[in-house]
Design a protein around this ligand. Sequence first.
Ligand SMILES: NC(=O)C1=CN([C@@H]2O[C@H](COP(=O)(O)OP(=O)(O)OC[C@H]3O[C@@H](n4cnc5c(N)ncnc54)[C@H](OP(=O)(O)O)[C@@H]3O)[C@@H](O)[C@H]2O)C=CC1
Ligand SMILES: CC(=O)[C@](C)(O)C(=O)O
Ligand SMILES: [Mg+2]
Ligand SMILES: [Mg+2]
Length: 355
Amino acid sequence: MYQLSRGLKTLDFAGTKETVYERGDWPLPKLQDYFKNDTLALIGYGSQGHGQGLNARDNGLNVIVGVRKDGESWKQAMEDGWVPGETLFPIEEAIKKGTIIMNLLSDAAQSQTWPQIAPLITKGKTLYFSHGFSIVYKDLTHVIPPADVDVILVAPKGSGRTVRTLFKEGRGINSSIAVFQDVTGQAKEKAIALGIAVGSGYLYETTFEKEVYSDLYGERGVLMGGIQGMFLAQYKVLRANGHSPSEAFNETVEEATQSLFPLIGEKGMDYMYNACSTTARRGALDWAPIFEAANRPVFEKLYESVKNGTETKKSLEFNGRSTYRTDLAKELKEIDEQEIWRAGKTVRSLRPDAK
Ligand SMILES: NC(=O)C1=CN([C@@H]2O[C@H](COP(=O)(O)OP(=O)(O)OC[C@H]3O[C@@H](n4cnc5c(N)ncnc54)[C@H](OP(=O)(O)O)[C@@H]3O)[C@@H](O)[C@H]2O)C=CC1
Ligand SMILES: CC(=O)[C@](C)(O)C(=O)O
Ligand SMILES: [Mg+2]
Ligand SMILES: [Mg+2]
C-alpha cells in the first residue's frame, strides 16, 4: 500500500497521493538525541499546553512552561508538577531560556503579547505554533516573525485532553505539520520531530493557511457548532410533538454517541448503515441528500466567513478581553442549562458504568 523512503510514506487517500510521517521512524533514543541541546519553552498552559507539555516531558525532553504568574494556568501547571523557578517561569523568562518557543497561548493572547514577545525571539531560536491563526491573519493579529528564525506548525487534530490520553494509551493523535519560514534548512525535520515529541502518531503535511481555514471551519461546523445546532433542532421537534425529554435525548444524543457514531469511527459510514435495520437504511439514504442540500449553503457561508477574517476578528475581540474566561463560561452555562443537556445528565447517570 505504501512506499517507504527515509521515513516518509506516500499514501493513496481516495485517489489523491499524500505524504505522511510516522512515530515509528522516531524511536525515543533518536528523538532525545535530536533535541539534546534544546529547551522546549512551552508558552501558555491551556488544553494544548497541558497535553503537549506533559507528553514531551514524558518523552524525556527538556521542557519548561511559561505563563502569567499566578494566573489560572500557573496554578494548573503547578498541579501537573511544573516547578516554579525550575520548569515554570513567567512568559518572558521562559522565552529567554528556551531554544524552541512553542506559542500555545490562546490565539487572542498570541496577538496581544506579541509586542513583548517578538524581541525575545532571537536568531537561532525556533518559533512553533499549533494553529495557523496568528501568522495567516497577520493583518489582524500583527504577528510578524523575525526573518532569521524557523517558523513551524504542529497542529494536533483534536483536543489537548486527547493529545494526552491517546499518548498514554500508546496510540497518538493525528497532527498537521507545516513550515512557514525555513532559515536553517532544518525546519521541516524539526516540525516532524516536534510533532512526534508532543505525542502525535501520524503527521500530515499542510500549509499554515490550509490548516487555519480548515480548523476554524471544522470546529464551527460539524465538530462543535454544527452538531450542537443539529442535535438541538432534532430534540426540539421531538419535544414539540409530545415526546418526553428522555425519549428525545436518547433518540438524538445518547444513541449517537454511545452506539452509532463509534461505528462510523471504527469502520466508516457504510458500516454503520449496515449495522442498522433495512428500514433505517432506506430512510437514511433518502434523507441524507436533503440534509446535505439544506446544510451546504450554511457551510459555504461559514467558509467565506473564515476566509475573509470575520471569524478571526470576532475571536480576537472576544477572547482578548480580560474577562474572557467568565464571558465564555456564562454562555456555556446557558447551553448546559438547556433542557436537552439537563435530560442528558439523568440519562448518563443511569449508564451501567456510571458511578
Ligand atoms: N484546545 C485545543 O485542543 C486545540 C488548540 N489549538 C491551538 O493551540 C493554541 C492554544 O490553545 P489552547 O490550549 O486551547 O489554549 P486557550 O485558547 O484555552 O488559551 C489558554 C492559555 O492562554 C493564556 N492567556 C489567555 N489570555 C492571555 C493574556 N491576555 N495574556 C497571557 N496569557 C493569556 C492562558 O493563561 P491564563 O490562565 O493566565 O489566562 C492559558 O495559558 C491555540 O493556538 C489553539 O488554536 C490547536 C489544536 C487544538
Ligand atoms: C480541538 C481542536 O482541534 C479545535 C476544536 O480546533 C480547537 O480546540 O481549536
Ligand atoms: Mg482543531
Ligand atoms: Mg481550533
